[in-house]
Design a protein around this ligand. Structure first.
Ligand SMILES: Nc1ncnc2c1ncn2[C@@H]1O[C@H](COP(=O)(O)OP(=O)(O)OP(=O)(O)O)[C@@H](O)[C@H]1O
Ligand SMILES: [Mg+2]
Length: 236
């Protein structure tokens, strides 16, 4: 079964159209990467998926059900979770308080989920009583992903995985994501500017340009494709 199936999606802000006829899908336990130039609509696409931006047209199916009319809370309840661009943490609250805020869909499992997040990210356990605002960039990204995990997602979406982070931290977080996929059977959509990383961690990828999908394929094939290497990997 497909976890997500998007067909001919159109969306924008006011009367400015951003997304044009976007069609894509995510299979069970698949990691799908999205990359493309600045302003190409990647974050807008994730906003439509989580439901904070209404689409103008097209269809959105999650686990075989239409979700176009569901509010974001209901999408989260059903297992969609977004670690948003800019991380959107409560910087004046502690790490643990931020995590518990992500647990509103299933409070009865919050202790168990908290332990799970701490197992995946031991840094967060060590810093659990510290303010989110005092964390390093990498730890804040872990917290953002950890908070998304607190709702037991089936589809985890991450906007700008590596932005502003040191390569060693990115590798560490990417390894944890692949473990989470393996152990929890979570599917993922990862928006990532660093194309070699995006293709490294994903099974398949979609390339966005000016609000459209201009290329797609298995990540290992895209990595070898000349047009991708020249445009996005600076290989001549
Ligand atoms: N809240 C908003 N109101 C109006 N226009 C917006 C809004 N957010 C984004 N846009 C516009 O929509 C287009 C797509 O932006 P979006 O943030 O989705 O791109 P992106 O691919 O995520 O870019 P980046 O790589 O910089 O994160 C851009 O032209 C942007 O200026
Ligand atoms: Mg963006």
């Amino acid at each position: 079964m497909r976890v997500l199936e998007v067909s001919d999606l159109e969306a924008g802000y006011g009367d400015v159209q951003v997304l044009r006829s976007v069609s894509m899908h995510v299979n069970e336990e698949e990691v799908v990467a999205i990359f493309g130039s600045n302003g190409s609509g990647k974050s807008t696409f994730l906003k439509v998926l989580i439901g904070t931006l209404k689409p103008w047209g097209g269809t959105l199916k999650y686990m075989d059900h239409h979700i176009e009319d569901l509010p974001p809370e209901e999408r989260v309840r059903r297992g969609m979770a977004l670690a948003a661009e800019g991380r959107k943490l409560f910087l004046g609250m502690t790490v643990e308080e931020n995590l518990l805020l992500g647990a509103w869909t299933n409070r009865e499992r919050s202790k168990e989920n908290l332990e799970k997040v701490y197992t995946y990210f031991p840094d967060l356990y060590r810093k659990r009583k510290d303010l989110a605002g005092d964390l390093s960039g990498g730890q804040q990204q872990m917290l953002s992903i950890g908070r998304a995990l607190m709702s037991n997602p089936k589809l985890l979406m991450i906007d700008e995985l590596s932005l502003g982070l040191a390569p060693a931290v990115v590798t560490k977080i990417a390894d944890v994501l692949l473990r989470i996929r393996e152990e929890e059977g979570v599917s993922m959509i990862v928006v990532e500017q660093e194309v070699s990383l995006a293709l490294d961690i994903s099974d398949r990828a979609y390339v966005f340009d000016l609000g459209e999908i201009v290329d797609e394929g298995r990540s290992e094939d895209l990595l070898r494709r000349d047009s991708i290497r020249k445009t996005y990997l600076s290989v001549l």
